[in-house]
Design a protein around this ligand. Structure first.
Ligand SMILES: Nc1nc2c(ncn2[C@@H]2O[C@H](COP(=O)(O)OP(=O)(O)OP(=O)(O)O)[C@@H](O)[C@H]2O)c(=O)[nH]1
Ligand SMILES: C[S@@+](CC[C@H](N)C(=O)[O-])C[C@H]1O[C@@H](n2cnc3c(N)ncnc32)[C@H](O)[C@@H]1O
Ligand code: SF4
Length: 299
């Protein structure tokens, strides 16, 4: 959350659950089989569980996952399980209570940390997302990796992207994937490269003898665009065919303008065909310089 907060939009500007369900139904018919809910923060929206239940019932959607900050998540663990959600990505940049407060401006570390272990105990596939930020959490890299010693968890270190709300645009990233890997190698010289899935966002490694694994997401270096098949839709209905583009069409406006399912499919298809070849091209095609915040994009 940016320090100055964000401007909350009237609910009428947000996609309703009905609109989201219609959209996912159409996309499922087009071949989409995995949906990840990121937010904002998924669990601040009323009746999220009812919505997830309906999403899970859509024919063709065989993987429904969530990325969450873990603050309210603990209240819904049983319900998520009964809906059939198998994987939860939990954002946790530090294991130090004071640094957690500095980074998030919220005193919620204990709650999030407890939720992490409850999710693991309940058998979810848990990935910890930690954005690596110079001056903020570098001392946490090794302790976070150590979480994988006795826990079946994947800890992923994410390169910081320029979406911090202030038009940040760095020519060089202090902590890119190679430096993160170097730091890990220094402490764990036997780090073993794992075979990554075909559409994996992370390069994954195992510390020998440890239960879990560590990963690096080159979100800024963008070295995995070649296998990227993700699309994103923001809360206001902007379709992004790349995290770095500034929206290629607005699904909400089309729906509210009375578009038919077939017309919507053809709009989607056009957008997919015109997709930039990678994140660099998408960024250079932007009409606006990067001023967005991850809070509104959703990650
Ligand atoms: N550049 C880029 N970064 C991504 C992409 N997907 C995820 N990331 C980065 O990784 C962060 C965490 O993503 P998650 O919400 O956990 O989703 P994910 O890693 O794609 O999901 P799974 O692989 O299904 O676990 C995002 O906030 C981004 O910083 C992508 O397609 N491109
Ligand atoms: C924006 S959050 C939205 C979902 C949910 N509210 C949460 O906190 O997990 C999704 C992911 O984006 C990551 N993220 C936030 N800012 C980022 C940045 N500047 N660069 C890369 N990833 C970032 C977070 O760590 C989180 O894992
Ligand atoms: S094409 Fe865009 S969204 Fe996909 S991996 Fe590259 S930067 Fe990320």
């Amino acid at each position: 959350m940016p320090e100055e907060g964000i401007k909350y939009l009237p609910k009428s500007k947000l996609l309703s659950y009905e609109e989201m369900l219609r959209m996912v139904n159409i996309l499922a018919e087009m071949g989409i089989n995995k949906v990840r809910i990121t937010g904002g923060e998924p669990f601040v929206r009323n009746n999220l569980i009812d919505f997830l239940e309906k999403l899970a019932e859509i024919e063709g959607i065989n993987d429904l996952s969530i990325t969450t900050n873990g603050v309210f998540t603990g209240d819904y663990i049983k319900q998520m399980k009964s809906i059939g959600i198998r994987s939860v990505n939990l954002s946790l940049d530090t294991l130090d209570k004071n640094r957690f407060y500095k980074i998030t401006r919220r005193d919620e570390f204990d709650k999030v940390y407890e939720t992490l272990f409850r999710l693991i105990d309940e058998g979810f596939e848990v990935k910890v997302n930690a954005v690596v930020m110079e001056g903020k959490n570098i001392e946490d890299l090794i302790p976070l990796a150590e979480l994988t010693r006795n826990n079946n968890v994947s800890v992923r270190f994410i390169e910081e992207m320029p979406f911090n709300g202030e038009g940040a645009h760095y020519a060089r990233l202090e902590w890119d994937m190679l430096r993160i890997l170097e730091e890990l190698n220094l402490h764990f010289p036997d780090l073993q490269k794992l075979q990554d899935g075909p559409y994996s966002t992370s390069y994954n490694y195992q510390i020998p003898g440890y239960q879990g694994n560590v990963g690096i997401i080159a979100a800024f270096s963008r070295t995995f665009c070649g296998t990227c098949n993700r699309i994103r839709v923001t809360a206001t209905g902007e379709l992004k065919t790349c995290l770095y583009d500034d929206g290629v069409l607005n699904v909400r406006d089309l729906m509210r303008g009375g578009v038919s399912d077939e017309e919507l499919k053809s709009e989607f298809m056009k957008a997919f065909r015109n997709r930039a070849k990678d994140g660099f091209e998408a960024e250079s095609n932007r009409k606006n310089i990067v001023k967005e915040s991850m809070t509104t994009i959703g990650g």
